[in-house]
Design a protein around this ligand. Structure first.
Ligand code: CMP
Length: 136
């Protein structure tokens, strides 16, 4: 029996726009993640609103959804033991200013909005988020 988990990762428009997607994918692979599914897409604002619906009461919700739909993104299913937590550690704090050295957001993030990557925050949400982008 394997205790591998899957989590959803998104390389956000600020990083794709700077052509950082391959570099960020290498970081995941070098940290033991297998990219089991991936696609580069651009989503409608209405889809971003559904994806981020847990944040719908937050003051930043509208800007967040406008931003995620503003350009191409790379969505990936990452697999590894304890993938959800491992990915959150590798991404670093939501605000790049608070992120530790060696994390993706510290290295590439521009601001709390343009923080280069999204990752599921729990195993339960990982399943929901994977199903959102990869229904099969
Ligand atoms: P993400 O992990 O994609 O989840 C929700 C996003 O909302 C978060 O990254 C940030 O980019 C964005 N965001 C903007 N303002 C805030 C805030 N004050 N607190 C948390 N997230 C925020």
């Amino acid at each position: 029996m394997s205790d591998k988990e899957q989590t959803l990762s998104i390389i956000k428009p600020d990083a794709v726009e700077r052509n950082l997607d391959n570099e960020i994918k290498e970081i995941f692979k070098n940290n033991g993640f297998q990219i089991v599914k991936e696609k580069k897409i651009q989503i409608e604002k209405s889809e971003a609103e559904k994806f981020y619906n847990v944040h719908q009461t937050k003051p930043f919700y509208n800007d967040l959804c406008a931003y995620l739909s503003s350009g191409p993104i790379v969505v990936m299913v990452l697999e590894k033991e304890n993938a959800v937590l491992a990915n959150r550690e590798l991404m670093g704090a939501t605000n790049p200013n608070d992120a530790q050295e060696g994390t993706i957001r510290k290295k590439y993030g521009i601001s709390i909005d343009k923080n280069s990557v999204h990752g599921s925050d729990s195993l339960e949400n990982a399943k929901i988020e994977i199903n959102f982008f990869f229904k099969d």
